[in-house]
Design a protein around this ligand. Structure first.
Ligand code: UDP
Length: 291
């Protein structure tokens, strides 16, 4: 669900090689490998509902294949898991010890259960084969290089605001999320790789904000006069009502906590989307001029 543009700046770097491969099929890479990071999966509800079976396969078969690669190479392994393993949680904020509240047969189940299975598989490879594994439970993360049309709240709202449209809030907007800026997440992931911690670690920003307040912040930062449009509850049932990480474990084990405040991260992200829209408009005008 990503785009090749996101790695365009790395092409030509002699220390970078891009291999396009479907990890739900057997996987082999020549030469030594230090670390396998299994981050393949749609993560936007809109995307995983468009690809429900692929989402299940990449969480299940993709995890099995990438673990097999790590095992044969003696590599460290990291699974990108998710706050969705907690489902629509009944405990706030969510510590790693919480087992979650997930509907296996609801539409979000394809993602939630795939990641829960993936975690079980990683722990089994660690316990049975001694693979040096990590599991990171990633909470809502945002920043440059998101797809403008990926359907998640950050690109949706920023895109709408820059087009001077009202922001579409599902339900009454009282549901909460907590948004972590990408650079903070990357720092946490890097630190997790360096410690011996095989059980899951939450990474996310513990600052909880309602979706309505979030929409107001985006309108203010972009100077969007179009306001907010309330839509009926999301078409995707099971939208978690509250979500906020307990990051005590990451603070203690990794000495990590998010450093970029929400508004600062949003300013950077808005700037990036503005530039993207501007160059897309220029390219569009250029191609029409060429006609
Ligand atoms: N949301 C919204 N308007 C949008 C997109 C999302 O109100 O245009 C809400 C959605 O109902 C959810 C929250 O924003 O409560 C976060 O949704 P997102 O798709 O970003 O990811 P989730 O956290 O649900 O996995």
């Amino acid at each position: 669900t990503g785009t090749a543009d996101n790695i365009a700046h790395l092409i030509g770097n002699p220390r970078f090689r891009f291999i396009r491969h479907d990890v739900t099929h057997f996987l082999y890479v020549e030469g030594p490998i230090d670390v396998v990071l299994h981050f393949a999966s749609p993560a936007s509800p809109v995307d995983y509902l468009k690809y429900p079976i692929q989402t299940l396969k990449v969480g299940a078969l993709g995890t099995h294949n990438t673990l097999g690669l790590a095992r044969v190479k003696g590599a460290r392994y990291m699974l990108a898991s998710t706050s969705e393993v907690y489902g629509d949680p009944q405990v706030h904020p969510q510590p790693e010890t919480y087992w979650g509240h997930v509907n296996p047969i609801g539409p979000r189940g394809v993602y939630d259960e795939a990641k829960r299975f993936a975690e079980a598989m990683v722990m089994a490879y660690h316990r049975v084969h001694g693979v040096d594994t990590r599991i990171v439970r990633i909470f809502n993360t945002y920043g440059p290089r998101m797809r403008l049309d990926d359907g998640r709240v950050v690109p949706n709202f920023i895109g709408q605001a820059l087009r001077r449209e009202p922001l579409t809030v599902y339900g009454d907007g009282s549901q909460t999320r907590s948004f972590c800026y990408i650079d903070d997440l990357v720092e946490g992931i890097t630190r997790l790789l360096e410690v011996q911690e095989h059980e899951p670690v939450n990474l996310g920003n513990p600052e909880e904000v309602s979706i309505l307040t979030f929409a107001e912040i985006i309108n203010r930062l972009t100077g969007n006069p179009a306001g907010i449009r309330f839509l009926p509850d999301r078409r995707i049932p099971g939208d978690p009502q509250r979500r906020c990480p307990d990051i005590t474990k990451a603070r203690q084990r990794l000495e990590w906590s998010p450093q970029i405040p929400l508004e600062e991260g949003l300013r950077r992200t808005i700037r990036w989307f503005e530039e993207r829209l501007r160059s897309a408009a220029l390219a569009d005008a250029g191609s029409r001029y060429g006609e």
